[in-house]
Design a protein around this ligand. Structure first.
Ligand code: ADP
Ligand code: MG
Length: 684
């Protein structure tokens, strides 16, 4: 048997079981070995009847004291009872519908019984325990792995299969880890790791094996990230003149905050240094990151280079193009737009302008990555809401120039070690100050019963000249919630307009509208031609309408805290008091506790932390949040120490062998390719 042996060749595996196994992603012996237990059950300790704890599964060694008695209670219900003893006590056993037990238990024989023990006074009993002869144990007296299962595949079956595959295959599994590193980091040989992860003798066995697999995975990830980075890095960058900055400041309708000024100065120094800038600007929603991007773009264009800025949605790209044009047109800097939904002729024109160098500044979506896009002199690449992009998309845009400066902006706070992995050698500017005059958004959590009052409040705000967003989930007709009136954003908007606010102007924007319709709806809201905008989460990132003071989120329980925080960030952008109303009838106390967090704080970092605690790391830092591939063994949030170690190891390894061309590094190289290939989705 080799790791490539198909499971259908195992005895006892017919076509039906093979199909069921494939549902678990298991086709070969090697797959089986890589199907790690999701947890373990410690059955090592054998108790005496007297000492065994109650109500927990335990193993008890005892001798059968009487011939098991069978009784037929009624159709479909047979009972076998017997009594077993050890030198301390006796234990009553009851088996329901397991008549075979009568022949399987021999009087005077010693067995291990595994089950939950119940006590009534002095008497102890167990119902339907698992049992096996004490001199031939397979499933007791040891730590049992528990696997992820599917219909038709039991844990015992998997245990049996792994037991058969291990001896032949463990030594033949491919390892991406060079032997030297395994030694240096005190990791056991691979075959021992497989043995330990499936059938550990102790908890330490599990820990050492896990550490090895995690290290292997994180090393692959770190090596991949470093390689991606190496593709651009080094070399000299364009030199921008920082002296032009005061000219930029004069264009602004407001005074910069200290934090904004600091971020701009730091970036300006980088861009004047002659080496390519790699800077992350991190700041909570509404902290004013766009103006930092504008300053950098201004310096870029004034120094005779082109700038490209990429945003994750068409709405946001369009809004940036408008804002930046408004700001920079007076000094002769034109900002062009490039998005996927533009007419082919429009796109062609843009391509030509960029290639000729006649357009100094372009703002766009992923469309900027298209093959047709080429620049005459690309000097600066900016990505907004960078966490929405895959790591290689950033470099793909940068690759359209020769070592251009790089500025990435994000509102998502990330733990330091993780930032190290994602951003590597990026320098960091933090905008930790909100523009002056901002009043914190008042946030309340309400139930359905307050809906009428809430609509009254919407009316009040609109009559005072303000505007409101109402966010609702995109629910298709048919799959609508039982009593919820919110069949779909479209229907909801119609009902609001017809029945609740016939005298107000209700707009609608959702993800499935045609781009032209979306723009029209946004434009109407921006210019104040609609009072209330019913929207799906397309308004989540970036949208900036300072006159809007009310954000209502329907079915708030459906969103993560960070996402709700982003939504709330759409209001509180002007000098008026703003409100965020979370509507939820969820009864689950955990859910309500989670939503409560938003009513208590507006600190994005704290909210991200809570999100992490409450939702679990997998969700929060899922690929969607950071663009990294999904991992099998490692958890980027908790395995931080191994992460740092693997990151260092990858760094050293790539110093020695920058292209990963040494023979002993080929498995790693292959591993990197596999990891990033399997996860192409996450890079979109
Ligand atoms: P972010 O992208 O960080 O969420 P934006 O760049 O969209 O925030 O800025 C939010 C709003 O604050 C915009 O309307 C912007 O014009 C305004 N703004 C930015 N900086 C200042 C400032 N220093 N003073 C007053 N208003 C500002
Ligand atoms: Mg923004």
């Amino acid at each position: 048997m080799t790791p490539n042996t198909p499971l259908s060749e195992f005895s006892g595996i017919g076509p039906a079981r093979a199909r069921a196994l494939r549902r678990l992603g298991l086709a070969t012996a090697g797959d089986l070995l890589n199907h790690f237990p999701r947890d373990y059950e410690d059955r090592t300790r054998i108790y005496s009847i007297a000492e065994a704890p109650e109500d927990l599964p335990v193993c008890i060694s005892a001798v059968v004291a009487e011939i098991p008695r069978a009784a037929h209670i009624r159709r479909g219900l047979d009972i076998v009872r017997t009594r077993v003893v050890d030198n301390s006590r006796e234990l009553q056993l009851t088996f329901f519908n397991q008549s075979y037990v009568r022949g399987a238990l021999e009087v005077g024989g010693e067995y291990i019984f595994y089950g939950r023990l119940e006590r009534e006074g002095k008497r102890a009993r167990m119902v339907n325990p698992l049992f096996e002869r004490a001199d031939r144990t397979r499933f007791t007296g040891r730590i049992m792995p528990r696997y992820r299962l599917t219909a038709g595949i039991s844990n015992h079956l998997l245990v049996g299969l792994v037991e058969r595959a291990l001896p032949d295959c463990a030594g033949a599994m491919p390892s991406v880890l060079p032997e030297k590193l395994r030694h240096a980091h005190g990791l056991p040989p691979l075959d021992i790791c497989y043995e330990r992860i499936h059938f550990p003798k102790t908890q330490e066995d599990v820990a050492s094996a896990r550490r090895s697999f995690i290290f292997e995975e994180l090393l692959t990830l770190a090596a991949g990230m470093t390689l991606l980075r190496k593709r651009r890095c080094s070399g000299s960058g364009p030199v921008f003149r920082a002296e032009a900055l005061p000219d930029f400041y004069r264009l602004l309708p407001f005074l910069l905050t200290g934090a904004q000024r600091r971020a701009i100065t730091e970036a300006a120094l980088d861009m004047a240094s002659g080496r390519p800038m790699n800077r992350l600007v991190q700041g909570d929603v509404g902290s004013g990151k766009t103006v930092v991007a504008a300053a950098c773009a201004f310096l870029c264009v004034k120094s005779g280079w082109q700038c490209a800025m990429m945003a994750p949605t068409e709405l946001l790209a369009r809004q940036h193009a408008d804002t930046l044009n408004g700001l920079l047109a007076p000094v002769g800097v034109t900002v062009g737009l490039l998005t996927g939904s533009q007419k082919a002729s429009e796109k062609k024109k843009r391509y030509a302008e960029l290639k000729a160098g006649s357009l100094p500044f372009v703002v766009g979506t992923h469309a900027l990555l298209s093959q047709g896009v080429a620049f005459a002199r690309l000097g600066l690449v900016i990505t907004d809401e960078q966490h929405r992009f895959g790591v290689d998309q950033r470099s793909a845009l940068a690759a359209k120039g020769e070592h251009p400066h790089l500025l990435v902006m994000s509102a998502t706070p990330i733990p330091r070690t993780l930032a190290l992995m994602i951003y590597g050698d990026l320098d960091l500017s933090v905008i930790d100050e909100l523009p002056p005059g901002r009043k914190p958004v008042n946030t309340v959590l309400i139930r359905e019963s307050k809906r009428r009052r809430m609509y009254g409040f919407v009316r009040e705000q609109v009559c005072a000249g303000r505007q409101a967003y109402i966010v609702c989930p995109t629910v298709e007709r048919g799959e609508a919630e039982r009593e919820s009136p919110l069949h779909s954003a479209t229907e909801y908007a119609e009902i609001l307009q017809r029945e609740v606010f016939p005298d107000l102007r209700v707009g609608l924007v959702h993800g499935r509208m045609k781009p032209g319709e979306k723009q029209a709806a946004m434009a109407a809201f921006v210019s104040g031609r609609t009072d209330i905008l019913v929207a799906t989460t397309v308004v989540e990132v970036g949208v900036d309408v300072p006159n809007a003071t009310l954000m209502i989120v329907e079915n708030a329980e459906r969103y993560g805290l960070s996402q709700l925080h982003q939504l709330r960030g759409r209001v509180g952008r002007g000098s008026w008091q703003s409100w965020c109303i979370l509507v939820s009838d969820a009864r689950n106390p955990d859910t309500r506790a989670r939503l409560k967090v938003l009513t208590e704080t507006t600190d994005g970092f704290r909210i991200a932390e809570e999100d992490l605690k409450l939702r679990g790391p997998g969700d929060f830092f899922g690929a969607r949040q950071h663009g990294l591939p999904t991992l099998k063994a490692a958890d980027l949030n908790t395995d931080t120490q191994v992460l740092a170690e693997a990151h260092r190891a990858a760094h050293i390894l790539l110093e020695e062998d920058p292209g990963l061309v040494w023979p002993e590094h080929q498995p790693l190289r292959e591993g990197v390719r596999r990891l990033f290939e399997q996860n192409q989705d996450s890079l979109n």
